[in-house]
Design a protein around this ligand. Structure first.
Ligand SMILES: Cc1cc2nc3c(=O)[nH]c(=O)nc-3n(C[C@H](O)[C@H](O)[C@H](O)COP(=O)(O)OP(=O)(O)OC[C@H]3O[C@@H](n4cnc5c(N)ncnc54)[C@H](O)[C@@H]3O)c2cc1C
Length: 390
């Protein structure tokens, strides 16, 4: 085991970004993923300008520009009438800033880009079918034990194993994630079927009592990504593979404008999924000894600002920089936490506020104009330059 070796648990966007950043810095990296293989899953996600810049700093600029699109000005629409409610006219147009703009991308495209870049640097780095069961630490390293009885040792372990993190449960917080009282529906609709219902522009968030409906194009405009987030009293399962029916999606969006219900009717049951949203209280620490949390394992957030994936990517870029800048693990983790905890807490709180504003029963234009989504500073955190003090 070398001093510069890392075991990463979870090959999501956070784990893969951390792996790529550390491999590029000469580390020996192994990423352990419980899934038997990495498949094309998920739909559209958004990247903040800082997350896009972080990925570009890892050599992915050209691939990212080719597969993503700058987020167009997002317009809010009245759920019933379709009338535009706020123009965001004081926000600069994202198209002006190339890689330094917020971007929309298919999660599968970004995931494939990251895993290819990791495997190109080390074909053995990515190991599927390795579900972490528990870990043990000693003075010089961490031993990870897997469900198949195998084990692996490294100088440190990065837990990027998502909202239901095994590492979080073992070392930091035994409580279960709490159901947030929200259900999300998601599907991808081919442009030709969606076109009749695209009134008001490409990227629109229709806001109504307890429900929002967001649509935006991905994959060069060939697909329209649709996501509905609605408050609900009934418990919903987590995960990215619970099928939903067009009828139940429509029932939740009863009373919405024909552009919304038309898009729902155009959805194909094959790629229509739903899942419950879960949250966890903030942790008072993200590291213990030689183990550190990253992404959703550390701080799952609600999707109202589309910053969940961006936070995981920001974490990964900062953590790799901190490990490069400080040879002692303890100092590196302290620098990482100093650069990240306040940022993440701000985003968590602003995300809750955004949800309250856009799911409010009454449409409040001044509140919408002052909503966190209009605050450019919130999206401008740069993980490549954030200070790294311990
Ligand atoms: C399959 C999938 C599809 C998604 N689709 C979307 C989407 O369409 N739009 C969107 O906005 N967000 C989506 N997300 C969520 C979004 O990608 C994350 O919220 C965000 O990127 C933070 O990523 P993360 O790397 O911290 O965690 P995650 O993306 O959740 O990745 C965690 C990884 O850890 C693995 N893992 C968990 N436990 C273990 C264990 N014990 N041992 C080994 N591996 C383990 C999981 O299989 C997973 O690959 C999806 C997540 C997943 C896992």
């Amino acid at each position: 085991m070398t001093h510069r070796s890392a075991a990463i648990v979870g090959a999501g966007l956070g784990g893969l970004t951390a792996a790529l950043a550390l491999l590029q810095r000469g580390w020996r990296v192994r990423v352990f993923e419980r899934a038997p293989l990495l498949r094309e899953v998920g739909a559209g996600i958004s990247l903040s300008p800082g997350a896009a810049a972080g990925l570009a700093s890892l050599g992915l600029e050209r691939a990212l520009l080719a597969t993503s699109a700058a987020v167009p000005r997002v317009l809010f629409a009245h759920y019933e009438t379709g009338r535009m409610l706020v123009a965001n006219s004081d926000r600069p147009s994202a198209e002006d800033h190339g890689i330094r703009s917020a971007r929309h991308i298919h999660r599968a495209d970004l995931h494939a880009m990251l895993s290819a870049a990791v495997s190109a640097l080390d074909p053995h780095a990515l190991q599927c079918n390795r579900r972490l069961d528990y870990l043990a630490q000693h003075a010089g390293g961490v031993v990870a034990h897997f469900g198949d009885g195998s084990r692996a040792e490294a100088a440190l372990l990065i837990a990027a194993d998502g909202t239901r993190s095994t590492v979080r449960r073992q070392l930091f917080d035994r409580s279960a994630p709490q159901f947030a009282g929200q259900v999300a529906f998601r599907c991808l609709i081919p442009r030709a079927s969606a076109q009749p219902f695209m009134g008001g522009g490409n990227a629109v968030v229709s806001i109504g009592p307890s429900r929002i409906f967001h649509r935006y194009p991905i994959r060069g405009g060939s697909l329209i990504n649709v996501v509905g987030i609605a408050r609900t009293d009934s418990w919903q399962a987590e995960g990215w593979n619970t099928p939903a029916s067009v009828e139940e999606f429509l029932a939740v969006y009863q009373g919405f404008h024909a552009d919304v219900t038309g898009l729902i009717r155009a959805a194909s049951a094959e790629n229509l999924i739903k899942w419950g949203l879960y949250v966890r209280p903030p942790l008072d620490r993200w590291s213990r000894g030689r183990v550190v949390l990253l992404g959703d394992a550390a701080h799952p957030i609600l999707p109202f600002l589309g910053l969940g994936a961006a936070l995981a990517i920001e974490d990964a870029v900062v953590l790799a920089r901190a490990l490069d800048a400080h040879s002692a693990v303890e100092s590196a983790f302290a620098a990482y936490l100093n650069a990240r905890v306040a940022r993440v807490e701000t985003v968590r709180l602003q995300t809750i506020r955004q949800g309250e504003i856009i799911q409010a029963g009454t449409i409040d234009i001044p509140a919408l104009n002052a909503a966190p989504s209009q605050d450019a500073d919130l999206f401008d955190y740069d993980p490549c330059t954030a200070a790294l003090q311990r």
